[in-house]
Design a protein around this ligand. Sequence first.
Ligand code: ZN
Length: 553
Amino acid sequence: MRFDEITAVQPTYQSLAADYADVHEALDRGDLRRALAEWDRLRRVNETWLSLVHLHFSQDTLNPQYKSDRNYADELGPVIIGYDTAIRRRLLALDAAPVVTQYGQHALDIWRNEVTTFDAVIAEDLEEESRLEARYTELLASAKIEFDGKILNLAGLVPYTESLNRNTRYRATRTRWVFFEKNGDELDEIYSRLTRLRHAMACKLGDTTFTALGYRRMGRLDYGVEEVASYRREILTHVVPLIGRVIRQRQHENHLDVLYAWDEALVDAAGNPKPEGDGDTLASKAQLMFNGMDSRLAGFYRRMNDGNFMDLMIRPTKAGGGFCTAFPIFGMPYIFANFNGTHHDIDVFTHEMGHAFQYYQSRNQPTVDYLWPTAEAAEIHSMALEFLSYPMIDTMFGEQAERYRRMHLISALEFLPYGACVDHFQHEIYANPNASPSERHAIWLKLERLYLPWRKWGDLSYPAKGGRWQAQGHIFSSPFYYIDYTLAGCCALQFWVKSQENYRACFDAYVNLCSLGGSAPFTGLIEAAGLKSPFEPGVLEGVVKVAAQRLAL
Ligand SMILES: [Zn+2]
């Protein structure tokens, strides 16, 4: 299977009406088996089309055809959700036993949750939400930044923000924030509209704020805002002081009188290790790395590479960041990234490979609802693979491998307070949907001082006044997603600890977790994988302690 063989027929209003009428007809006839099969096939077809449209748009945000396809998908998306919701409602009204026999109880729990996130009265709002999210992506992708005689986009600036030369780091960091300052009003406007829109949708669905709806949209069936708030407190208590020590150590190692924000990204005083070789070399070295880790993973990567299911190199007008998407009709995932020659390339690559491998392992789950788990579980597959690559990472970093492992472990810990800050910010934002832009910036600043008390912005006035959050795409496009990385991080660290005791057994448990896909909720999946819940008091503290010992902190 090759990526260029992946095609999708664009549905129309008429074709959707006819296709979903077939499902209803089968239900009318009492033919549940046939209705479920037809509905599942239809959802795989639609998802394949949506994935392809979103991928194309991310690959070239200025391509007029891709843009118009994305607009059409934004328009049709809520229509499809409307049809799916109607089917779910009908299925939930039937005798549950035959569905439970076929799919297990969890599918019904998913549907029962999902029907509460949609009603025809919010269809237009959803379309508008999607348009605003696309506008954010376009605006950031449009960055053409002149730096040292080159024209760069935001991802292209990253290597300079990690330079050994302090002045280069400062200039690159300043240049980045000048871009955000210049576009700050539009970013504020996009976010004002998004928060008002989300609040209005929640009210139309009977909620008092967007938070409860946001949690339901994330499919959280087994925990709520209290559990998340107490997890953030665990991070504050057990991780923030530790990172304070990490930062002081960095300041000392780099012989700096003050460690400013532009000094933070230089984790290794000898220079952050870089992978050896260009993108193509890395792609073939990755095969050697995966060969040494596990034969199932190695075979899967060969299929991805041979079939061209990856777009890794940085290009102008490409959307920022990295992600994994999939084409359910064909059972293949796809990896999107922006390699810029730094260690991030390997972080992103092993991360997205984890998502892709999970998708591939669980592609034969009986329902499309089980192909992906909820996000906090999905991020375990990706983040754990970053750690499970440690023993073979020498393939990518040669003699710098040990320094890469140290840097990666430090970064994983450093991420936890930032992740909690982004999450806390969103809880305050949706509790105050009418806050003005300057009030929002003040909320960020207050939380930044709580979770990242070491941060010193110096004379970078825009982030110093609280503008940092505008660079975090999830705040715009994936509300409440961010804590999921910190929950998964706690689980991925547990995999890291286990991998040192028995790598083989640990990798088997990892593959087993991947194969389960989304067939259980978060806490059920981690229990099946033999992991402890991050919500259990002391679990985060325990795993962070092991990491701190390894780092001699
Ligand atoms: Zn991920």
